[in-house]
Design a protein around this ligand. Structure first.
Ligand code: G1P
Length: 277
């Protein structure tokens, strides 16, 4: 079964400069928790305990976050501030964290390929931490996808409908509807212009991938933007009928944009932070 989750986290986060000049974008806080922690919490809630993080230069803070900070913890020991670290401590105790660096920025497909040694020959999940997904009262998005994997045993991408004029920001799929929330993918394109998009069903940052994807990525030429795209490698699986696209239940915030980041912040403040105080 699926045990591991890959977090590509090597990107520069240029849209958030200067905030991301000396700090990884995955460490940007949504209220009191960094983005990456929301992603790890979602993976853990989906039953995954092995977190494989693709980092790069200047990303040390990610490793430090999922580690003990002796001085700080000693300082707050026995005070009512201790509980603020509970959520992180839980993850540190329950999960393993492995890191490898993407030495050159050659695209999301390439970043995933860098995780091959950490993942090995087993199906795995991928979480792009700047897509923050919530589903209050229901299963987390990744858990929904893992349950689908149990049934179908093939790669799965999460999708949502987006306005036509926004297709250029996403991988976009086309396929045969096999259930009201599920498509068998026949076509997928990375960041098409609205007039060239095969639909308005956009891939968001949650994937289940079967391990044959690594060789397919290795054989994939650079595509859109001169980068090795996971969408192009997945298209090769799709030709064999081996990719599903799932309209997930829940809400997704694009925390890679200032607007989505602010929306996520307001949402998490009301839904989580206030209730925890
Ligand atoms: C990546 C993928 C794209 C997907 C998107 C979801 O793009 O390449 O197919 O739709 O994530 O967030 P990025 O946003 O990294 O440019």
């Amino acid at each position: 079964m699926i045990r591991k989750c890959l977090f590509p986290a090597a990107g520069y986060g240029t849209r958030f400069l200067p905030a991301t000049k000396a700090m990884p974008k995955e460490m940007l806080p949504i209220v009191n928790k960094p983005l990456i922690q929301y992603g790890v919490e979602e993976a853990y809630a989906a039953g995954l305990q092995h977190m494989a993080v693709i980092t790069g230069r200047g990303k040390r803070a990610l490793e430090d976050h999922f580690d003990i900070s002796y001085e700080l913890e000693h300082q707050i020991q026995g005070t009512d501030k201790e509980r603020y670290l509970d959520s992180t401590r839980l993850l540190i105790d329950a999960c393993t964290f492995s890191y490898t660096r993407q030495v050159e920025m050659k695209g999301l497909g390439h970043a995933i390929l860098c995780g091959q040694q950490l993942i090995g020959e087993e199906p795995f999940a991928v979480v792009l931490a700047d897509d923050l997904c919530v589903n209050p009262g229901g299963d987390p998005v990744l858990l929904q996808m893992i349950e689908l994997y149990r049934q179908f045993r093939c790669s799965i991408v999460a999708i949502q409908e987006v306005p036509r004029e926004e297709t250029y920001k996403y991988g976009v799929i086309a396929g045969e509807m096999i259930r009201d929330d599920l498509y068998r993918v026949s076509h997928m394109v990375e960041k098409p212009k609205p007039e060239e998009a095969p639909s308005n069903l956009a891939i968001i940052g949650r994937y289940i991938l079967t391990p044959d994807i690594f060789q397919l990525i290795a054989d994939t030429e650079p595509g859109k933007g001169g980068e090795i795209q996971i969408t192009d490698a997945l298209m090769k699986q799709a030709r064999q009928g081996a990719v599903l696209a799932y309209k997930f239940k829940g809400q997704r915030f694009d925390c890679g944009s200032a607007e989505g980041y602010v929306e996520a912040t307001n949402y998490c403040f009301e839904q989580f932070y206030k209730k925890e105080q």
